[in-house]
Design a protein around this ligand. Structure first.
Ligand SMILES: Nc1nc2c(ncn2[C@@H]2O[C@H](COP(=O)(O)OP(=O)(O)OP(=O)(O)O)[C@@H](O)[C@H]2O)c(=O)[nH]1
Ligand SMILES: [Mg+2]
Length: 618
């Protein structure tokens, strides 16, 4: 399941779009429908694609009104991808900016820009303006689609959105399904007969019926052990749910009053609860991007940081005291304990000024007290160093691929083993890329049976790799699947034996021709008659059915061995003519065949123009 959040200014058509895509009503409350405005999160899902090749999308529809930004943040907190909605007739608006700033602070990179209401305004103008704004954010690579979903006309553009969603989904990184569960609760309700149900976006790990979990409530500073009584995903009961997914968890023995948004269900023993953390406000833009992240204001000193802010993670929001330790390093003190871990991304927001202050990385869960004078600035240096150290892997988790220079520029001091010379790839992403490469080569061999495989450059483009060297690295990794590099192409060694039936028939005809006279290579007319052009001959050679000794000169693969047997019966050294006569063929075959044998080092050219068999074992 691909979980995608909406984002965008109030009334720009987010819910209308989700409704049109899914046929489900994201505005669940009567009040929302009466006011025509989303207040709380809405959930809807659908499949896209032909049967057999379907992708499932679950949408978290967020409210656009500025009063409900906290609800919006609870919705996007665990979601890997977003659909940013901008109305063609209004364009970029303040809440578009705030939502995008939040996504940027959370370093969401996978996004689709949908220009809605394009029956009411010029979608190209709105798209250009929005892309301009997105350029300085992690969403800079967003795909674009335009729709018009007017109440009184058939909708336009939905297929473009669906196609873009499929592309987006295919680019999403594989979630870590072995990670310990931390499900942030975004809704809770009770169902008569089954008790309390909580829902959330499972970003990593997996859940099973019967699992024991720890329910933590930061707001009430409470903890209790619970058991999963039942699970649902997308309205269906299931025994097990793997990330990424929308999931509803029925909890045994929990009262509705015991659980609320912002609570978390945790794998027991896997999480540390903490109320004070040191963080690094890197918010580093991706390679090649301008260094001006939208919400970096405050952290870089351009405007003062608030002393008090709201800290958002997952669906939780807790007040924090902010202490600046040094440039980009902060200490956050919370009023309650949260399940956090090093590398978590926290979002800081100044609710009074409606401003996303920063996205920060958790560096230390158990920071030392600061007693002496100067302790804060000394600590800032330590925090920056700690962050840089553990972080080649973390940087790669976010960037997926980075060059050595990029990693060094990001402050990573110890570089891991490179994936390919000068390049680093996140382990999970490398595995996903390897799978994609194998599928790509298989598909290519099916659709282009006469080619050995896709060209390295085509693979580089299809997998969106920044360098050919990465293709070579992937091929090495995919060696077990039978892939290797050959002549600038990625070939599947195991598929090489299969020839299209027509070529196989023609090759059989040649083999019959050559049975009696193994060196009477078919001439161009015969080859043409059999439909064998250079391409087919190359395929046949790769399949090991024919041997090409020169352009348009083919023999059976055992011809060299038989040729050597006959040469052994000649006086040494011998001339080309003698060889030609022994083989009962023409110079067209004899000359390249001698050269072929010379390359194999079974025959040696002598200075006087004659030849001899190389003595001893070749
Ligand atoms: N003409 C036209 N009207 C649209 C289109 N999309 C949405 N609308 C109308 O715009 C109004 C707002 O649409 P919603 O989908 O509720 O907007 P929203 O972004 O979900 O708003 P909030 O959730 O409150 O932020 C509704 O009256 C829709 O019918 C469109 O493409 N064309
Ligand atoms: Mg809405």
């Amino acid at each position: 399941v691909h979980v995608i959040a909406t984002a965008g200014h109030v009334d720009h058509g987010k819910s209308t779009l989700v409704r049109a895509l899914t046929g489900m009503e994201p505005d669940r409350r009567a009040e929302e429908r009466r006011r025509g405005m989303t207040i709380d999160l809405g959930f809807a899902w659908t499949t896209i694609g032909a049967p057999g090749d379907q992708l499932t999308f679950a949408f978290v529809d967020v409210p656009g009104h500025e009063r409900f930004v906290p609800n919006m943040l609870a919705g996007v907190g665990s979601v890997p991808a977003a659909m940013v909605v901008v109305a063609a007739d209004e364009g970029w608006m303040p809440q578009t900016a705030e939502h995008v700033a939040a996504l940027h602070a959370l370093r969401v990179r996978h996004a689709l820009l949908v220009v809605t209401r394009s029956d009411l305004g010029d979608p190209d103008v709105a798209a250009a303006e929005a892309l301009d704004q997105l350029a300085a954010t992690t969403l800079r690579d967003a795909d674009v689609a335009a729709v018009a979903i007017a109440p009184d006309a058939p909708p336009r553009g939905l297929d473009d959105v669906r196609a873009a969603l499929v592309r987006l989904a295919r680019a999403l990184p594989e979630p870590d399904r072995d990670a310990p569960v931390r499900l942030w609760v975004d809704r809770s309700f009770s169902i008569r007969g089954s008790g309390t149900v909580v829902t959330g976006t499972l970003a990593a790990g997996s859940l099973r019926a019967g699992d024991p979990l720890l329910l933590v409530s930061p707001a009430r500073d409470e903890r209790r052990e619970v058991t999963v009584r039942g699970l649902q995903s997308l309205g269906e009961p299931v025994e097990r749910v793997d990330a990424v997914a929308r999931v509803a968890v029925n909890l045994r023995g929990v009262d509705k009053a015991d659980v609320a948004r912002g609570d978390a269900l945790l794998a027991p023993g896997a999480w540390r609860l903490t109320s004070e953390v040191d963080v690094l406000a890197t918010n580093a833009p991706a390679p090649g991007a301008p260094a001006t992240g939208v919400p970096a204001a405050g952290v870089d000193g351009s405007s003062p940081l608030p002393r008090e802010a709201m800290m958002h993670i997952g669906s939780a929001a807790v007040p924090v005291r902010v202490r600046v330790l040094g440039p980009g390093t902060l200490r956050l003190s919370m009023s309650s304990r949260l399940p956090l871990r090093v590398g978590d991304l926290l979002l800081l927001r100044d609710p009074a000024r409606h401003r996303i202050v920063a996205g920060v990385d958790v560096v230390d869960l158990d920071p030392p007290p600061l007693r002496r004078r100067g302790a804060a600035s000394a600590r800032a240096v330590d925090v920056a160093a700690m962050a840089a150290e553990h972080d080649a892997a973390a940087q790669l988790r976010r960037r997926r691929i980075a060059s050595a220079d990029e990693l060094r520029a990001l402050g990573v001091r110890e570089l891991p083993e490179p994936f390919a010379p000068g390049w680093y790839v996140d382990e999970g992403y490398a595995a996903a890329l390897t799978d994609r490469l194998v599928a790509l080569v298989r598909r290519h061999v099916e659709t282009h049976p006469l080619e050995a495989g896709p060209a390295v450059d085509a693979v580089r483009a299809a997998l969106e790799l920044p360098d050919r060297a990465l293709v070579a690295g992937l091929v090495v990794r995919a060696g077990a699947a039978g892939l290797r590099l050959s002549d600038g192409r990625v070939v599947d060694a195991r598929a090489a034996g299969a020839l299209p039936p027509k070529v196989a028939e023609a090759v059989a005809a040649i083999a019959a021709d050559l049975a009696a006279e193994p060196f009477a290579a078919p001439d161009t007319n015969r080859l043409r008659e059999l439909g064998l052009s250079a391409k087919e001959l190359a395929a046949a050679e790769r399949a090991g059915a024919l041997l090409r000794i020169a352009d348009g000169v083919v023999l059976l693969p055992d011809a060299p061995a038989r040729a050597v047997e006959l040469l052994a019966g000649l006086p040494q050294p011998f001339t080309v003519s003698q060889a030609r006569e022994a083989w009962r063929t023409t110079r067209r075959v004899a000359v390249p065949l001698l050269e072929h044998l010379a390359r194999q080092r079974v025959v040696r050219h002598l200075p006087d123009g004659t030849h001899e068999l190389t003595p001893g074992p070749p």
